[in-house]
Write a protein that binds this ligand. Structure first.
Ligand SMILES: [Zn+2]
Length: 163
């Protein structure tokens, strides 16, 4: 007897606007009665007629995403009246920049570490080392492209000075 009461409930938008929810209601698929706050937020920030206009401007398959982004923006604007969702975006952008700098610094460390440790057995080849040391100032870079089996770095992984 009470089984049809749920399907007869007006959508959250029509309930809030105190109007009859018609079978072709534009809001009904996206503002179910069990999520009343979603429409309240969107209505407060954008206004029902603007939401209706926006929904009519996009393709039907895009409406759910549209409503979700409007709801996200509205909620963020209510929580943070000054920055809204731009606040969240700039926090994330700062995080990305900070992490990018950390990544760059770590990659530089990694290159330095690999350059100094790519030939761990080179301490047995001292004559080879003197060969490259006598070359010129480019010994640090020359080592990575040669097969001379010597290491321009000392046992601690630091570049060797002149002998
Ligand atoms: Zn409705």
């Amino acid at each position: 007897m009470a089984s049809s009461s749920y399907s007869n409930s007006p959508c959250a938008a029509c309930k809030f606007l105190r109007r009859k929810c018609m079978p072709d209601c534009l809001f009904a698929p996206y503002f179910p009665p069990e999520e009343p706050q979603k429409f309240v937020n969107v209505h407060k920030i954008f206004g029902a007629s603007n939401v209706s206009k926006i929904l009519n401007e996009v393709q039907p398959y895009q409406r759910e995403d549209t409503v979700n982004s409007l709801a996200y923006e509205a909620e963020a604007r209510i929580k943070d009246p000054v920055y809204g969702c731009v606040g969240a975006i700039s926090v994330l952008q700062r995080q990305v920049l900070k992490l990018q700098k950390e990544l760059d610094a770590t990659n530089v460390d990694l290159i330095r570490y690999n350059t100094c440790n790519e030939m761990p057995n080179s301490s047995n080849h001292h004559e080879g080392r003197s060969k490259i040391i006598n070359d010129d100032d480019d010994l640090y870079y020359a080592s990575s492209s040669t097969n001379w089996n010597n290491n321009p770095c000392d046992e601690n992984g630091y570049p060797r000075g002149d002998i």
